[in-house]
Design a protein around this ligand. Structure first.
Ligand code: SAH
Length: 341
């Protein structure tokens, strides 16, 4: 099988190609076409000699997922349905905000973690995405944005990124590499439901990336009810793991808390949240649960949100209530299910 041009790290290109081309600068030219000009078709790489083009066409694939559907929200977030080479489908969302544009991308087709409030979970895990499938979402976004700059990337689309650890880390390394996409580490966020062994690996990996943890309840039994992985990876251990993570890494952790009506907004919930995150240097992102028709939960009303915000106001962490974008086109957090549902 041919290797996709977006599957390789610049160092791998060098190792593989040094035997094929006589001059090092040819490899630089190739990397430049891919990551700077965003051209993957060797025929369009004008300064590359014919025999190198022939070699590239023989050894590498330049497949990019097809855009099957594109829906634009009233708030101008745009959701893309993409078809992969094996006809599996994933979704990504481009979210423009004042002064920045964020890509929310997928790391798996479906997800194995079965969080009860999330639409993607209903699909189950179909498979991990390859590096080129993760990066092609960035590639397509850069093309779609044309002159506008892509400022942030969040691994918050379909899938649990830490369950596709190797490919996600390699993608981030290519995104950040000087001869790759040259993305600043501060602008990439990996969001996880809390897979402790992989979080420990990430802490030791030397990779610079921002971390978001989907907490959603700081009470063991409650969290286990909506996030079954909590039974395997209990909150007390997650906390130890995150304190250790903070010692080894430079960025503050962001906790995400999906607010679910009549479930995680009572006094015991705010107190548990304060106890859990109060001594970690972190940010807290509150998100109202976005409706998924076939799930038995309810979105909180304004009073619920206000009361909860009041109850946690003694936290010294920076607290933000994030209004969800793209809800009218099912593009908001937790609503990505492709056309599987
Ligand atoms: N698996 C990773 C990344 C994907 S989910 C993780 O769990 O972090 C991205 C975020 O969307 C998580 O914080 C999750 O709790 C949240 N989410 C899932 N379903 C949601 C819904 N219906 N409404 C609002 N947020 C939701």
């Amino acid at each position: 099988m041919k290797i996709n041009l977006l599957e390789l790290h610049p160092d791998e290109f060098k190792e593989l190609l040094l035997r094929q081309v006589d001059k090092k600068f040819r490899i630089k030219q190739l990397l430049n076409w891919i990551y700077v000009h965003r051209i993957l078709d060797p025929d369009l790489m004008s300064n590359i000699p014919a025999d190198f083009k022939t070699f590239l066409k023989k050894e590498f694939s330049n497949f990019i997922p097809r855009i099957l559907d594109k829906q634009i929200s009233q708030d101008s977030s745009t959701k893309y349905l993409l078809e992969l080479e094996d006809e599996n489908r994933i979704e990504m969302v481009i979210i423009p905000r004042e002064g920045r544009t964020t890509l929310c991308l997928s790391s798996q087709v479906g997800c194995a973690r079965n969080c009860l409030f999330c639409a993607t979970a209903k699909i189950g895990l179909i498979r991990n995405l390859y590096v080129h499938e993760i990066l092609s979402q960035v590639f397509i976004t850069l093309k779609e944005l044309q002159d506008r700059k892509l400022t942030n990337i969040v691994f918050m689309g379909m899938g649990e990124p830490l369950d596709n650890y190797e490919n996600v880390l390699k993608s981030i390394r290519i995104l950040q590499h000087e001869e790759g996409f040259k993305f600043s580490p501060r602008r990439i966020t990996l969001s996880t439901s809390g897979v402790i062994p992989r979080l420990n690996d990430l802490a030791d990996s030397n990779l610079k990336v921002k971390l978001a943890v989907s907490l959603n309840s700081a009470i063991q039994e409650k969290r286990a009810e909506i996030m079954p992985l909590t039974k395997q990876y209990p909150l007390a251990e997650l906390k130890k793991c995150l304190l250790n993570f903070r010692k080894k890494t430079s960025y503050r952790i962001t906790f995400e808390y999906v607010m679910i009506k009549n479930f995680n907004l009572a006094a015991e919930d705010s107190q548990a949240l304060i106890d859990f995150i109060g001594d970690i240097s972190c940010k807290l992102n509150l998100i109202a649960w976005n409706k998924v028709d076939y799930l038995p939960y309810e979105t909180p009303d304004e009073n619920d949100i206000r009361d909860f915000l009041k109850a946690i106001n003694k936290l010294s962490s920076a607290v933000t209530f994030r209004s969800s974008r793209g809800a009218d086109i099912n593009a908001a957090c937790g609503q990505l299910a492709g056309q599987y549902y």
